[in-house]
Ligand binder design. Sequence first.
Ligand SMILES: C[S@@+](CC[C@H](N)C(=O)[O-])C[C@H]1O[C@@H](n2cnc3c(N)ncnc32)[C@H](O)[C@@H]1O
Length: 263
Amino acid sequence: MADRTPDIDTSTPHSARVWNHWLGGKDNYQVDRELSARFSEVFPEIGDLARTSRYFLARAVRYLAGEAGIRQFLDIGTGLPTADNTHEIAQRVAPESRVVYVDNDPLVLAHARALLTSTPEGVTTYVASDLHDPEAILRAAAETLDLSRPVALTLMQTVGHVQDYDEARSILGRLLNALPPGSYLALNDSVDTHEENAAATDRYNASGAVPYILRSPAAIAGFFEGLDLVDPGVVPLAQWRPDVADGDDATNAAAYGGIGRKR
Ligand SMILES: C[S@@+](CC[C@H](N)C(=O)[O-])C[C@H]1O[C@@H](n2cnc3c(N)ncnc32)[C@H](O)[C@@H]1O
């Protein structure tokens, strides 16, 4: 891509841009494509995994806006705009849905306009903020969302970037503590049970990009401790309420996710 703003670092791969390449997007640089190619040499199914994650996001948000009746969403680690962003899925079910996007990548900020295409009945806003500072995220989100009413937190393929497990648990706890009963956590992350994905992730983490930590399925399930799990629990993404609308490549099992409800 040609347009560059001064704070965009094109010498180091960035998660949002590498992920965009795996999803078939054009918002990435040579350094991202090179890392993507090195990753795919070892784990060629990474594109399937990325799409499987997006299908999971779509099913999760449809469930939350539909069956669960949620009208407020806080999507952290949004990524670059792509097909079917969270607000589009939610507002197709409930046009009055209010969605706050959060990411710390300057290129995501530069493209945020494409995320701010709300229905007239609803709202979408974008906050440039860091997951390591959940209180700052909550303060900014409160300008758009009523935090005394239920909110769905969505974190897709993002918590892996918090390297310390206890810190990741603490961040999720602090976010959920600020939300009322009836709020939800919807989360997915890649797991450490696939040898090739683990070897490819070692290459990723040696590249200078912010590392991504693969965790066990049990550790991913631990993120939901204290919440009531929605059936079928924390499972490989393709097993979470599969839908005929998913693509044929939605079978990749290298990531786990689920939805939990705050009591
Ligand atoms: C692998 S991408 C996933 C994007 C999107 N959630 C999806 O599933 O398609 C991870 C995203 O998390 C963002 N991210 C990583 N660390 C972050 C942090 N500390 N605070 C906020 N966002 C972060 C990255 O910039 C990137 O957009």
